[in-house]
Structure formats: C-alpha cells, structure tokens
Ligand binder design. Sequence first.
Ligand code: ASP
Length: 282
Amino acid sequence: MKLLIHGGFFSESDQSSETKLAKQSALRTIITKAYAYLESHSAVQTCTYAVSLLEDDPLFNAGIGSQIQHDGVIRMSAALMDGTTQKMSGVINIEEVKNPIQVAQKLMEQGVEDRILSGPGAKLYAEKLGFENFSTETPQRRAEFEENKRNEGKGTVGCVALDQEGRLAVATSTGGKGFEIPGRVSDSATVAGNFSNEWCAVSCTGVGEDIVSNGTACKIVTRVTDGQSLKSAFEKTFDELKTINGFAGAIGVDAKGNTFHLDSHPSMVYAAYDGETLDLFN
Ligand code: ASP
C-alpha cells in the first residue's frame, strides 16, 4: 500500500518556521490516519477521507480556509478519480459546503450520468443530499483579502493511493488562486490537475492555467501507461512545463508501488507513507 498527500505550495509571503512546523505536523497526522484507514478501505475511499481531513484544516486552501475570490465570495472545486473504473467526478466553483470532495464522492457513488457539476447546480445537488450550508471562510482569509494580500499557491490539497488490491485513485480539492474573476475554473476538477487509471494516479497543485496548458496529470499518467517509468514521465512533463514558464507541483504513484513528486518552484508541501517510512517535505 502506498499513500501520498500534498498541501500545495508555501506562498512567498508565508514561509515562517511556525507555519512550516504546523504544516509538517498536520501532514504527519493526516497521512498516519489516512494510512490506517487504507488498511481496511479502498484507494478511492481513502483519497476522499484524506482530502476531507485536509479540507477540514484551515492551514490549507481547500474546504475550511479556502481563498476568497475577487468579488468577496469563496468558490471551491474538487474532484475524485477511481483508477480502476476510470471514472472521474467533481464539483466546480461550489459555494458553502464544508467538504467539496464528499460531494464529488456522492456523484461517483450514486452512479449518476452527470458526474461533474458546477456552481449553483452543484450546490443544489449537495443540498438535496443533505449537505448543510457551511461557510468555509476563516478570519485570517478575510483579513488577507481585505489587505489585498495575494498568496498564490497557498495550498490546494490532494491525495493519491494504491490499496491492498492494487487499485489506484486520486482526489484533489482547492479554494482556487485567490482574487480570481468569478467564473474562473481551477485545474483541480479537470484531468490536467487530477487523473488516474489502472497504471498511475497523479494530483497537482500550482497555477491552474499552467497546469491545464501543460495537461500535467493526464500527461504523466498517459506516459506511464505507455511504458515510461514514473520518474521519467514526471521529469519529461515538468521539462515541458518549463517551456511555458509554468508553476506546478505534483504527487504520483504507479501500479507497481513506485511513488514520485516534483515541483517547478520551491516548495511543495507533501508527505508520502508506506507503513514504514514517512517522507515529509522540509
Ligand atoms: N491549482 C489551484 C488553482 O489554480 C491553486 C493551487 O494549487 O494553489 O486553482
């Protein structure tokens, strides 16, 4: 079994040792809990569980603690992909739910044909399923917004997992870039930011426009599917990202249990765990 999680990038303006220690401690706790969960759950269930824990932590820009958009409103996006069925589900720009990834999970579990919903339609679907109205705004994010403090790359979250039965999955959730024009679509609920099949699973963070332009996650997965090693698929894809001066980071796992992560800029916040060794960003 293999598990990797990420919590986005450190922003230029917030690299204090206090924040770093807090993020390290949060990732350590979350990956340990999620790995224990993986012992008795599938990869897709575990990705949802891990991303829910990350959404609940205000340190990260997803769920509680999401960035605020240009018009003062929070709109979140999240997606889940089961590598075995190769089905993706997601919500784009949903407002006022605590765990967007759990709405994506319902869309997958319910077997509905329309599995990626946006805006008011996504919210209505969640309400019908009993998701309560929940403000994910924190005083810190409101203060940053009022001060016009732009913290690009503050911390989209993601998880990739390989379970006991060799199944792969990925989940990604974000509050977006912050200050974006309402209606802007993040990469997190697209195949560029979140993709898996039976060979590989990849979750991205960074500037959504760059990740989409580069087709990052689906490109890495396709390369692995076509026989390239995970490491070289990552490196080739990040070389291509450089040609557009792109800003991104990604975590990945393949069906053989190889894991890899890479970032184009310092420093992606990540953790990887296989039940024995914990690899934590520093
Ligand atoms: N990828 C996210 C977006 O562009 C932001 C991030 O990862 O921090 O919406």
